[in-house]
Design a protein around this ligand. Structure first.
Ligand SMILES: *Cc1c(COP(=O)(O)O)cnc(C)c1O
Length: 370
C-alpha cells in the first residue's frame, strides 16, 4: 500500500470560486491566474474546472504551451512578459499576449519579425516598485509601442501592493489607483488592475476590463484574518490529507519529536501522521497548529519532521490508528480546515502552502461531471 498521504483537487470548488470572481466584478472579464503550476494544483488538474474563464494568466512559457496542448484557444497572458528576445517567437506562434514592463522588452519587439502583430499589456509601476514603467515614463513607452508594426492592441495594467489591507490610514489602493488613472487618462485600451484582494474588496471602485483572480480561485483568502473563506464564500480547491500510522500513550513529562519541543503535562494520547515537511507541510507550524482528525478539530504537538507529525488525540477517544487526518481543505464530514489558518500558525500565507506541496504527494482530481 502506498504511503497514505494525498492531495485532492476539487474541480467543483475551483469552478465555484471562479464564479465568485465573476460575481465580484460583473462588468469585467476574468483571467484565471494559473502561474506556478496553478498555485501548486497542477495546470492539467484545474483546466477543466477553469475553462469558463475568459483567459489564463501565467508566467512560464512552458505552462502557456501546456494550455495550448490542452486545447485552450482563448487568451493567454504572460504576466512578466518575455525574458529574452526569442520568447517573442513563441508568443507569435502560440498567440500569447504579453506584459511589457521595461524598455528592453520594447527593444526586442521592435526587432521581432512576425506576420501577426501582438496584443500587449503595458505595465505601470504605480508604487509597488517591482515591474513596470514609472508614471513619468509610461506615456513615452505607450507612444513607442504604438508606433511599432509588431504591436496590435495595447492594454494597460498595474498591480496593487496593499489591496488586502489598510495602509497608512488609506484603504490600501488609493494612491496606486490615482497613479494608474492619471497615467492612463485619455489613453485608449483595455485596463486591468485587480488581483484577488482588489477583486473582492474594491472591484466596483477600481473598475477595469479584466480582473486577475489568483488565490481566490483556489479558495485562499487574500485578506485573512480580517476576512475568512466563509465571509467571501470561497471553497478549498485543494485538500491535503493523510492517516494516523501509529499511536503513542504519553505520561506527564514525556516529550514529542525532535528537540523535545513539546512536553506532556498530563497523560495523553497522540497520533503520528504520515505527513512532514518533505510533503510540503510547513516545518514552522508549531504545536497547536489546527488539523482535522476524522473530521474533528484537533492540533499538532511537537515539531514537524521530514515525514511525520504528531496530533493530539486526547479529546478524540474514537480516533486512533488509521484515522483520517485533514492537514487542510475539506474534511470527511463536510467540515473545512481553511489553509489560511494553517498558514497563519506557520507564520506564512496560504499561497505558499499550496505552492509547496511536493512531488512525492500523489494527486487525485475530483472531476466535474459534465
Ligand atoms: C500573481 C498575480 C496576480 C494574482 O494575484 P492573487 O493575489 O493570487 O489574486 C495578479 N496579477 C499579477 C501581475 C500577478 O503576478
Amino acid at each position: 500500500m502506498p504511503r497514505p498521504i494525498e492531495a485532492l483537487i476539487h474541480q467543483r470548488s475551483l469552478a465555484h470560486n471562479l464564479a465568485r470572481a465573476r460575481a465580484s466584478a460583473p462588468d469585467a472579464r476574468v483571467w484565471a491566474v494559473v502561474k506556478a503550476n496553478a498555485y501548486g494544483h497542477g495546470i492539467d488538474n484545474v483546466f477543466e474546472a477553469l475553462r469558463g474563464a475568459d483567459g489564463f494568466a501565467l508566467l512560464d512559457l512552458d505552462e502557456a504551451q501546456k494550455l495550448r496542448e490542452l486545447g485552450w484557444r482563448g487568451p493567454i497572458l504572460l504576466l512578466e512578459g518575455c525574458f529574452e528576445t526569442r520568447d517573442l517567437e513563441l508568443c507569435s506562434r502560440l498567440h500569447l499576449w504579453h506584459a511589457v514592463h521595461c524598455e528592453q522588452q520594447i527593444d526586442w519587439l521592435a526587432m521581432h519579425k512576425t506576420h501577426e502583430p501582438h496584443r500587449v499589456f503595458l505595465k505601470l509601476n504605480s508604487g509597488m516598485n517591482r515591474l513596470g514603467f514609472t508614471p513619468a515614463a509610461f506615456r513615452a513607452a505607450w507612444t513607442r509601442l504604438n508606433a511599432l508594426p509588431q504591436v496590435d492592441e495595447i492594454s494597460l495594467m498595474t498591480h496593487f501592493s496593499d489591496a488586502d489591507a489598510l495602509r497608512k490610514g488609506t484603504d490600501g489602493i488609493a494612491h496606486q489607483l490615482a497613479a494608474f488613472e492619471a497615467a492612463c487618462a485619455d489613453l485608449p485600451g483595455e485596463r486591468s488592475a485587480c488581483n484577488s484582494a482588489a477583486t473582492l474588496r474594491h472591484a466596483a471602485r477600481v473598475g477595469g476590463d479584466w480582473v486577475r483572480a489568483g488565490i481566490m480561485t483556489y479558495g485562499g483568502v487574500p485578506d485573512f484574518p480580517e476576512h475568512d473563506a466563509a465571509h467571501w464564500d470561497l471553497q478549498p480547491g485543494m485538500t491535503l490529507r493523510s492517516k494516523i500510522i501509529a499511536v503513542q500513550q504519553l505520561q506527564p513529562g514525556d516529550t514529542v519529536g525532535y528537540g523535545s519541543s513539546f512536553t506532556a503535562d498530563k497523560a495523553m494520547r497522540i497520533g503520528i501522521v504520515a505527513c512532514g515537511y518533505a510533503d510540503g507541510y510547513p516545518r514552522h507550524a508549531g504545536s497547536g497548529t489546527p488539523v482535522l482528525v476524522d473530521g474533528q478539530r484537533s492540533a499538532t504537538v511537537g515539531r514537524v519532521s521530514m515525514d511525520m507529525l504528531a496530533v493530539d488525540l486526547d479529546a478524540l477517544p474514537n480516533s486512533g490508528f488509521g484515522s483520517e487526518v485533514t492537514l487542510w481543505g475539506q474534511g470527511p464530514k463536510g467540515n473545512v480546515l481553511p489553509i489560511d489558518e494553517v498558514a497563519q500558525a506557520a507564520g506564512t500565507i496560504g499561497y505558499e502552502l499550496m505552492c509547496a506541496v511536493t512531488r512525492r504527494v500523489p494527486v487525485t482530481v475530483e472531476r466535474i461531471e459534465h
